[in-house]
Design a protein around this ligand. Structure first.
Ligand SMILES: [Zn+2]
Length: 343
């Protein structure tokens, strides 16, 4: 009697095995479909999913006037999501060559900027300027001919002493966007003044206040002033190396320049001096707030709690830059207030 039972059980086992295999195949097929759908969704969300364009800044030079171009960055802080592209760079195309004004935050940016210039003109780059020593203005230098790299003497000195530290910090903030980026310090110290460069009528103006040396480039052929980080537009100014009194004096000098068009270091290009007045207003409020807080003997946490006036509501990153500025500038203001009190 056992035999028939065994005979019956064998086919049932076989059937179960076949059903299990079929189920596994269906599951595997379903998994593949789900994976394919996920991959499609990811591709739809991130158009830059192939390795070749994953780190593409999509730099689009905008012609401001014949031969005068700007590449406008985002009004944000450095982050992997923007690759450090928070800065305005520019270039001028003369009859004989190209003048580059700042090279961006990374080697990749510099290379992509040069490629963007090549889409506009085949003329050689004859001068590559770093307006000051902040990392978003010089870390693209490697992409440009070394002999063309130039800056004010104090900028060169600051790049020698602080460039490596800036670069290391940018790797931390921007990740693989920074790959292969190294500090390339300009070998040419520029002298201010009006001159023809690459066949363009250009004036180099040496100022300071945002940093120890801030270079302003006036393109007299188009009336365009590249004001570097002495001017911010729609974004609170950064002050880690600032001398506010000197900066305010520089803004007065800038306002007297024959500009028809103003390119700030950060924010949109303007056809009037509104961004200069906005930057001056912010810096004056900052200086007054910090000085009076020090005179009243407030501590830093009390200064942080100062409300930002509503007229600055349109400035991106106002809260963050106020806190940073207090951190940078308040200790010296406290020292000055103590010294004044001791007299
Ligand atoms: Zn700067």
């Amino acid at each position: 009697m056992m035999r028939p039972a065994r005979l019956l059980r064998a086919p049932r086992l076989a059937a179960r095995t076949i059903a299990a295999r079929a189920l596994r195949r269906v599951c595997a097929a379903l998994l593949l479909i789900v994976l394919a759908l996920v991959a499609t969704a990811v591709r739809a969300d991130t158009p830059s999913s192939t390795p070749s364009d994953l780190f593409d800044y999509r730099l689009a030079p905008r012609a401001l006037a014949p031969g005068a171009y700007v590449i406008v960055g985002l009004k944000e802080d450095f982050a992997f999501t923007n690759g450090g592209n928070i800065v305005n760079t520019g270039f001028l195309v003369g009859t004989e060559g190209v003048i580059v004004i700042d090279t961006g935050p990374s080697r990749r940016y510099g290379e992509q900027m040069l490629a963007a210039i090549r889409r506009v003109t085949p003329l050689p780059v004859v001068l590559t300027l770093n307006t000051h020593h902040h990392p978003d203005h010089f870390l693209g230098n490697q992409a440009f001919p070394p002999a063309t790299l130039a800056a004010l003497p104090d900028t060169i000195a600051a790049l020698r002493s602080e460039g490596e530290g800036f670069n290391a910090n940018m790797y931390r903030l921007n990740g693989d966007w920074m790959r292969d980026t190294e500090v390339a310090v300009p070998g040419r110290a520029i002298a201010p003044g009006r001159q023809r460069i690459g066949g363009r009528d250009v004036e180099l103006v040496a100022l300071g206040g945002h940093t120890a040396a801030d270079l302003v480039v006036v393109d007299h052929d188009s009336g365009t002033v590249f004001a570097a980080d002495l001017v911010f537009n729609g974004r609170a100014a950064t002050t880690p190396h600032a001398d506010l009194a000197r900066w305010l004096a520089a803004l007065d000098t800038l306002e007297r320049l024959p500009g028809r068009r103003w390119v700030p270091g950060h924010g949109e290009v303007a056809t009037d001096t509104a961004p200069l007045r906005e930057t001056r207003d912010w810096l004056r409020w900052l200086a007054d707030t910090i000085r009076s807080a020090a005179e009243q003997g407030l501590d830093m946490n009390e200064v942080f709690a100062t409300p930002i006036p509503p007229r600055f509501a349109g400035l991106a990153l106002a809260e963050q830059e106020f806190r940073r500025s207090v951190t940078h500038l308040f200790p010296a203001a406290e020292q000055a207030a103590l010294a004044a009190g001791a007299r």
